[in-house]
Design a protein around this ligand. Structure first.
Ligand code: ZN
Length: 73
């Protein structure tokens, strides 16, 4: 079993994230898909905007920071 890419928990099978971070990631992708329909926004800009938004959940913040650091989609 591998560790989550972000925290020390075990990653869920088929994912680089633990169950909490993988759930946060799914929520993030879902939210982004909805945003994309109304706003022309890039994934990385969306993530950066999230980090600047007050009230963004901790799990989401950690995921967003991680993805930005990786520079990947
Ligand atoms: Zn995790």
């Amino acid at each position: 079993m591998n560790e989550c890419a972000i925290c020390d928990r075990l990653a869920t099978p088929g994912s680089v994230y633990c169950e909490y971070h993988s759930k946060a990631y799914d929520n993030l992708r879902d939210a982004f898909e909805k945003w994309k329909e109304s706003l022309e926004i890039e994934w990385d800009k969306y993530l950066k905007q999230l980090l600047e938004t007050e009230g963004t959940g901790l799990w989401i913040q950690e995921i967003a920071e991680y993805i930005i650091q990786q520079g990947s989609i």
